[in-house]
Every structure is written in structure tokens, then in C-alpha cells.
Design a protein around this ligand. Structure first.
Ligand code: GRE
Ligand code: ZN
Length: 324
């Protein structure tokens, strides 16, 4: 399919590049230049495999792991300015997601507003919880201090991409001594799904009925468990004890969009379509951690209907991000 839009596609700046050094030296020689490149190799890959547009975002965890608040604010601003300059060179091919210093809710709100209104970005991509010097615990965005931020996201009418990050050392005792569970193997989906469910349970979507959240990897495991999350031990008729008013599935179907990033499984794609409908699924690769050719070759031939392929490959994203 030509003209695909892909929206979990990363780049790095000097201040964040080393966060991506996770796969060892022999991969790093390839991964590093791919993260710094915007206009050369990336565009060639897009042309070769029918990607018309990439919505670009910073690598992970980047700003979210900078516990010094001032530095988090400065690095987010720098990354967003770099991205805006790159988009200006090829506005026909690139669009942007804001990196946000969530350590400071007011600063994050102001930076989002600047990125959308002045730089023309189409949303934000945040790498999970934030770390902050002196804060007693990790900052998840269901916390009450983030409500004004979410009101602004809703008012600006831009989607918020909740992207994975690893837990901090010791956060999940069961991972100790089993490092292979970190990253895309398991920890990313476990961390991100819990964060998404915290947002739902907190009642955020009752307060912000027009909020739009995007998550990757075909839903970080949630579609497979959506029934069970609400049903639990159904015969016991014990309602969820959370602030939200409705079942989890209601919020998930109304407020969430899922991308195919890094999960090129037709079974998972079909399940996501069955649970949420084809209008809620968006094509993505997760470049450069995943390969544009691999993602596109899979998607272009996946056993779904052609009408769904057009929606997922392009039309849903064009509508959600108001791309022309
Ligand atoms: C990502 O940001 O998507 C990512 C990483 C590290 C490893 C794999 C991966 O940051 O998909
Ligand atoms: Zn990613």
C-alpha cells in the first residue's frame, strides 16, 4: 500500500541517544546512525516501502528519565526545536509529536501548547512515568496534579501517545536476575498497560470526555484481556473499586487508538480489530527499533480486508491527526 502513515517512529539528539544503547555493540553501529538520521536513510526506507508520512518522536525513555526538573525542561525544548527544524525541511513527509517534561505539570502543559500552536505538532508522545529528584515515588499521570495538563490536551484536541519505558531497577522484584524480560520482550507492555489502566481507573475520562490516547504494539496486551479485566470473578458481582464510573472496556473503546508498532502479528491485529473496530487501529513500525521493510511487507499483505487496510494504513491517522 502506498501513502501509509506511520506514527511510532523515533529519532534522537545527543542528550538522549545513549538511552537507546540497549541491544549491545554490534547492533549499536547500525541503530545509532539510524536514530540521528531524518532526511536520508529514513526517507529512502519510506520511499521503498510506501510510507508517505512519519510522525516523529524522541527515543525512550529520554525526558522521562531526567530526574533534574530544569534539565528535563531544557532537553524537551531542545528536542522539540530540533524536530521542528527537520519537519520544516520536508513538511510533506514528516510531522511531529512533542516531548514533554512531565516532571513539572505546568511546564509540560506550556511546552505542549507551544509545540501545537507555534511548531505545528500534532500531539505528544510521552515515555511512561517520569522520575523526579526528591519525589517520593514515580510520577504516573493519573495523579491529581496532572488534571489541568489533561484539560489542556483535551482543549487543544491533540492525541497523547503513551509510549513504553522500562521500570526502574528493583521496581518489579520478579524481573531480578532475568534481564531478558526487560524492554520489548515483556516489561514494556506490562508497564504501559498498567499505566493505561491507571488512567482509566482514576476517572480521568469522566472528567475529560474528549481525551484521545494512543498506545502501541497493538494495545500492549490489553485487547487479549479486556473481557477478563471487567469480568474477573463474574458470579461474585463485586464492582471495581475505582473512581471511574464505567467498565474499563467502555473507556478503552471510546478513548484509545492502537498502533501496530513492533507487533507484526496478524492474529494480534485481527483481535484488535475485533475488540475495538478497524477505525481504532493505526499502522506504525517503531523505526529504528523495528524495520520499515519488515513492518510494511507484513502489513501490505496481512489477511485483512482492503477497506480495513486503507483505514489502518492511512485514513484513520489522517483523520485523527488532521493531516492533509
Ligand atoms: C522503543 O522506543 O520503541 C524501543 C526502545 C528500546 C528497544 C526497543 C524499542 O526504546 O522498541
Ligand atoms: Zn517505540
Amino acid at each position: 500500500m502506498q501513502g501509509k502513515i506511520a506514527l511510532e517512529e523515533h529519532f534522537a539528539i545527543e542528550a538522549t541517544i545513549n538511552d537507546s544503547k540497549v541491544f549491545g555493540e554490534n547492533v549499536w553501529t547500525t541503530l545509532r546512525p539510524r536514530l540521528f538520521d531524518i532526511q536520508d536513510m529514513r526517507l529512502k526506507e519510506m520511499d521503498k516501502h510506501g510510507v508517505g508520512t512519519m510522525i516523529l518522536s524522541l527515543n525512550a525513555p529520554a525526558v522521562q528519565a531526567i530526574a533534574d526538573k530544569k534539565r528535563a525542561i531544557a532537553v524537551a525544548r531542545e528536542a522539540n526545536d530540533v524536530l521542528a527544524a527537520e519537519i520544516a525541511r520536508r513538511p510533506d513527509r514528516f510531522s511531529g509529536f512533542a516531548a514533554l517534561p512531565m516532571q513539572d505539570p505546568d511546564a509540560a502543559t506550556a511546552e505542549l501548547e507551544r509545540c501545537v500552536k507555534e511548531l505545528g505538532f500534532v500531539g505528544a508522545l510521552v515515555n511512561g512515568f517520569s522520575e523526579l529528584d526528591g519525589a517520593p515515588s514515580l510520577l504516573y499521570y493519573d495523579l491529581p496534579q496532572y488534571r489541568p495538563f489533561w484539560k489542556t490536551v483535551e482543549r487543544l484536541d491533540v492525541p497523547f501517545y503513551l509510549h513504553p519505558r522500562n521500570p526502574v531497577a528493583g521496581q518489579i522484584p520478579g524481573y531480578a536476575g532475568h534481564n531478558w524480560l526487560l524492554g520489548p520482550n515483556w516489561a514494556f507492555n506490562a508497564e504501559t498497560s498498567v499505566h493505561a489502566l491507571r488512567l482509566i481507573g482514576s476517572g480521568l475520562f469522566d472528567e475529560c470526555p474528549n481525551l484521545k490516547i494512543v498506545i502501541g504494539h497493538l494495545g500492549e496486551g490489553i485487547p487479549a484481556l479486556l473481557w477478563r479485566i471487567d469480568h474477573r470473578n463474574g458470579w461474585m458481582h463485586e464492582p471495581h473499586r475505582y473512581a471511574a464510573k464505567k467498565p474499563v472496556a467502555d473507556y478503552f473503546r471510546q478513548h484509545f487508538w492502537l498502533t501496530t508498532s513492533g507487533n507484526f502479528s496478524t492474529t494480534a491485529l485481527k483481535q484488535a480489530i475485533e475488540e475495538l473496530g478497524a477505525d481504532r487501529i493505526l499502522f506504525s513500525v517503531d523505526w529504528p527499533f523495528e524495520d520499515v521493510g519488515e513492518g510494511c511487507t507484513w502489513f501490505d499483505k496481512a489477511a485483512i480486508g482492503e477497506a480495513d487496510r486503507r483505514k489502518i494504513g492511512r485514513d484513520n491517522a489522517a483523520k485523527l491527526f488532521k493531516l492533509t
